[in-house]
Write a protein that binds this ligand. Structure first.
Ligand code: GDP
Ligand code: IMO
Ligand code: MG
Length: 438
């Protein structure tokens, strides 16, 4: 029995969806542990493109169970829309989807308060996805949030919702938010959604622990990424949950002793959506060229992603925080057009070398990236499926990253489709691919 986690290491959108889909074949259960519908995970199977936000990507494999854990925040209408749209494309979503009774619920006042906070003059704007994710987690930590189990208890929910909605309404008025919202209308809407969600809801922590006892294998689907993690990312320019390894356990109820392998996903370069420091960011035509080559536009919001070079100090930090078993490098094919590829190999802060991430965003803004230029391969790698078939300069690029990061690069992605993947001999990913689910 061995469980696997797939985590993003940069600022999200590394291609986690693709790797989770590939790995899911070999697991029984795929679990999401944090985040909400701020996530957008793309899975491409032939000419079909699926974009998943709340439902774990494992749902696409027949015979697998997809679990939305207690650490996730759920907008019921968004969850139901996603279920409906998956069903329209022929994906079965019945008893193969389980939703935690302990997960917290996103309410209409969450995005409203978030928009107001983002627009407050003089306040640091985060550039959020505007889905109300941050305010929902705020309520959870402030112990005034409402869980899915409560939503399903009609009388209890009605009472609690009215009290909290009134209190949040008073906060909104005090903040000068003029946008009206109809709390009785919302109450009705949420009660209707509750009935449609009811068949999926269970105590997923119990389900997961019972399944482990029966010898089932779990795949943990990370959302967001280490540099967006509430504790270890570029605070405050990050999301409101623990997107690094620690969040997998608190968000699922599965002990750290049962997490066996952790595979990190990183692009062969770097991107970020929203505000915040980005040491290797490219401005001007070079950044535009990378964005065009990589199709770097947000999966959830469609915003252009900021683009830059691969950042070794950042990846070394993410490796330390997550203690990776292996690394999966995506979008190698995007670099095909380059004759030279700069890679950030070190940081300097006010003239001195820096070997760890600063804790303050303003200090990180000041960091100077030190580069080494590597030769590009300047020929197509799209769709290559064996390491030996890559051009020598591409092999050297991967070997350089592996050497500097001191972690196995177990796989390389050369296109968005399942088959456009290299799994290296003897790697953790090869071991995963050679084992069977129950
Ligand atoms: P996630 O949030 O980490 O799951 O990543 P997203 O789905 O938001 O963004 C990754 C994008 O890159 C998606 O459009 C994928 O289809 C695409 N993609 C993944 N791997 C590759 C690759 O190796 N090459 C190319 N060109 N595109 C890829
Ligand atoms: P996946 O799982 C990329 C970013 C937002 C913003 C910050 C806070 O697809 O990798 P939030 O709405 O979470 O409060 O926004 O975090 N962000 C992501 N960026 N990929 C994601 O998810 C993201 N989820 C949140 O752009 O900068
Ligand atoms: Mg994404």
């Amino acid at each position: 029995m061995s469980n696997l986690a797939v985590l993003g290491l940069q600022w999200g959108d590394e291609g986690k969806g693709k790797l989770i889909d590939l790995a899911a074949e070999h697991y029984d259960i795929v679990v999401r542990c944090q985040g909400g519908n701020n996530a957008g995970h793309t899975v491409q199977i032939g000419d079909k493109v699926y974009k998943l936000s709340l439902v774990p990507s494992g749902i696409l494999w027949p015979g697998k169970t997809a679990v939305v854990g207690n650490g996730v925040v759920i907008n019921p209408a968004a969850m139901l829309d996603e279920i409906d749209s998956l069903r329209r494309t022929g994906v079965r979503v019945e008893s193969n989807l389980l939703i935690s009774n302990r997960a917290h619920v996103v309410f209409p006042y969450h995005p409203l308060l978030e928009r107001s906070s983002e627009a407050t003059p003089g306040k640091r704007r985060i550039g959020t996805t505007s889905r109300g994710i941050g305010p929902c987690y705020e309520d959870k930590v402030a112990r005034r949030g409402i869980r899915v189990a409560e939503l399903l208890s009609r009388d209890h929910f009605t009472k609690r919702f009215r009290v909290i909605a009134e209190e949040r309404g008073a906060v909104a008025r005090a903040l000068g938010i003029s946008e009206p919202w109809d709390s009785e209308g919302a109450l009705e809407e949420y009660l209707e959604c509750a009935e449609r969600l009811r068949p999926f809801v269970t105590d997923t922590a119990k389900y997961l622990n019972d399944s482990i006892k029966q010898g089932k294998r779990l795949l943990f689907e990370g959302a967001q990424a280490t540099m967006l993690d509430i504790d270890f990312g570029t605070y405050p320019y990050l999301t409101s949950s623990n997107a690094s390894a620690g969040g997998l356990c608190t968000g699922s109820g599965v002990s750290p002793r049962l997490l066996h392998d952790i595979v990190g996903v990183a692009k062969a370069y770097a991107t970020r959506v929203g505000e915040g420091p980005f040491a290797t960011e490219l401005h001007g035509p070079a950044g535009d060229a990378l964005r065009d080559a990589g199709g770097e536009f947000g999966t959830v919001t469609g915003r252009p992603r900021r683009c830059g070079w691969f950042d070794i100090p950042l990846l070394r930090y993410a490796h330390a925080i997550n203690h990776l078993s292996s690394l999966f490098i995506t979008k190698l094919d995007v670099l095909d057009y380059l004759t030279t590829i700069p890679v950030c190999t070190g940081y300097r802060l006010r003239g001195a070398p820096l070997d760890w991430m600063p804790a303050i965003a303003e200090e990180y803004e000041e960091v100077e990236a030190v580069y080494e230029d590597l030769p590009g391969w300047n020929c197509p790698t799209r769709g290559v499926t064996s390491f030996d078939s890559l051009p020598q300069a591409a092999k050297d690029y991967i070997a350089f990253l592996e050497d500097r990061l001191e972690v196995e690069i177990g796989g390389v992605s050369t296109g968005p489709e399942r088959e456009q993947t290299i799994v290296r001999d003897g790697s953790v990913l090869e071991r995963v691919a050679s084992t069977r689910s129950c």
